[in-house]
Design a protein around this ligand. Structure first.
Ligand SMILES: Cc1cc2nc3c(=O)[nH]c(=O)nc-3n(C[C@H](O)[C@H](O)[C@H](O)COP(=O)(O)OP(=O)(O)OC[C@H]3O[C@@H](n4cnc5c(N)ncnc54)[C@H](O)[C@@H]3O)c2cc1C
Length: 460
């Protein structure tokens, strides 16, 4: 008989934890999962899924506007926020139940409580019970982080609260330039709010290709979102129902709602990590090796709490790899290169691989292929918009090392382009692929003329 109550205790029932628990159980482990809020975690409850549902809702505005050029007459479509939120909540509850049922079927025991470490093999449940485990997985995710406090910070909401606002705010200020900020700017603007995005840096979408950043900003502004860069929110004052947002530049903006999407921090505090001998890395997440093992030999960590690549499919892959490594007899390290990513803003962004700047820093020769054009749909609708497609190519090997798209369907295109990039496809392979006409994606295989070529100066 084992000295332990379970073979695996998972702290956190989100994307990474749920996958790890199920696969470990399928490998024959006795598994228990603690979840302090709702099963499914950030992605299902207050991240990817509800966000995308709200994005779908917001995009109807553009469809209604575009319909006129195609002969449709629509008499003043109206929008009801409570209906959207109620329907979204029903779907989220259905998904949460599905996650719970999946784990039940796999024989995993779920405890709906907070869990912390008493020592490296003992988990303390907030409900009072202690559980002894041979292995423990930390998959506690992250939380919105507002940075330094400012006067009036109590009036600020994060994406967590944005999903449950009682009514659609008339005027919204969103601080942040990352994907969550831009997606919520798109949601609010599409549903009818007046939106201002405030970002302290030079341009939005830091980390994305510079052409993408420029293109998204230009197109968002055409769609009526005001983007103010080079300053930040310094203070917020409430006067009755109105908020006054004071900027570091000296200006102020009246608002009904202020949302900060200024980054997320790993959930590492008050977990008792010191009692378990688990160390924190420089990036603020739990330090792990390529098998997600922490500094304590029986304790692992996956997903956002490790602050590697904070995306759902990555957390899932890490959770799966952990279970295969520890319980499946198949040591598996996760490859964090060429992870495709999207921004579900209007316009949409999809990207995989190196940006032009990264390629020029790393490669001896970088070739750039670019196309920018008015999409066919915008001809009759009259919408003032353009699609951007960009390939970053290793000039010596011919390999496509980066693919960046801005425009309708960008995320769907990039999921497939990522297969080619991951396989090491060359520009010649792209060229040899027959175009599918008429699509925007066909430009990816028909760009024949290099728009630029750079040779890296030899290091001194
Ligand atoms: C607004 C928003 C939109 C996003 N959109 C996308 C997207 O489009 N695509 C994408 O790939 N990613 C997206 N993400 C990121 C994605 O949600 C995360 O990368 C993913 O959920 C990480 O999974 P995880 O398992 O590491 O953590 P989580 O899913 O956050 O799960 C952690 C769980 O642990 C629980 N927990 C924490 N501490 C304890 C404790 N001590 N005891 C018990 N339970 C605990 C929490 O309640 C939570 O349920 C989005 C995130 C946000 C915030």
């Amino acid at each position: 008989m084992s000295d332990y109550d379970v073979d695996l205790f998972v702290i956190g029932g989100g994307s990474g934890g749920v996958r790890a628990a199920r696969i470990a159980a399928q490998h024959g482990a006795r598994v228990m999962v603690a979840e302090e809020y709702r099963m499914g975690g950030t992605c299902v409850i207050r991240g990817c899924v509800p966000k995308k549902l709200l994005v779908y809702a917001a995009r109807f505005r553009g469809e209604f506007e575009d319909a006129a050029g195609y002969g449709w007459t629509l008499s003043h479509p109206s929008f009801d926020w409570p209906t959207l939120i109620t329907n979204k909540d029903k779907e989220i509850a259905r998904l949460e139940a599905a996650y719970t049922a999946t784990l039940d079927r796999a024989g995993v025991k779920i405890v709906k409580t907070r869990a912390t470490f008493a020592d490296a093999h003992t988990v303390q449940l907030a409900s009072g019970e202690r559980v002894r485990a041979a292995h423990i997985l930390i998959s506690t995710g992250g939380h919105p982080s507002f940075g330094d406090p400012i006067p009036g910070i109590e009036h600020v909401i994060s994406s967590n609260e944005a999903f449950h606002l009682p009514a659609l705010p008339g005027r919204v200020v969103v601080q942040g330039g990352g994907y969550v900020a831009l997606e919520f700017a798109t949601i609010f603007a599409g549903l009818g709010s007046e939106v201002t995005v405030i970002y302290r840096g030079e341009n939005i979408l830091r980390g994305f290709d510079d052409d993408v950043r420029h293109h998204v900003r230009m197109d968002m502004e055409k769609r009526g979102v005001r983007v103010v860069t080079g300053c930040k929110v310094a203070a917020i004052e409430r006067g009755g129902a109105n908020l006054s947002v004071h900027l570091s530049s000296g200006y102020h903006i009246p608002a009904d709602c202020v949302m900060f999407a200024t980054g997320r921090a790993p959930n590492v505090s008050k977990l008792g990590l010191e009692q378990a001998g688990v160390q924190i890395a420089k990036n603020g997440g739990i330090a792990v090796d390529e098998y997600s093992r922490t500094s304590a030999q029986n304790i692992y960590a996956v997903g956002d709490v490790t602050n590697r690549v904070n995306l759902t499919p990555v957390a899932i892959r890490e959770g799966h790899a952990f279970a295969d490594t520890v319980f499946g007899g198949k040591p598996t390290a996760v490859d964090h290169t060429n992870v495709p990513t999207a921004v579900f803003s209007e316009p949409e962004v999809g990207a995989v691989g190196l940006t032009e700047t990264q390629a020029r820093e790393r490669l001896a020769q970088t070739d750039i292929y670019k196309a920018m054009f008015k999409p066919l749909k915008a001809t009759l609708s009259g919408r003032d918009t353009t699609v951007l497609l960009k390939l970053v190519v290793d000039g010596l090997s011919g390999r496509v090392v980066g693919c960046h798209v801005v425009g309708e369907g960008a995320a769907e295109m990039i999921q497939l382009a990522a297969v080619a990039v991951k396989m090491g496809a060359t520009k010649a392979d792209f060229d040899a692929t027959m175009a599918l006409h008429p699509t925007a994606a066909e430009e990816l295989v028909t760009m024949r003329t290099r728009s630029a070529s750079y040779t890296r100066a030899a290091a001194e």
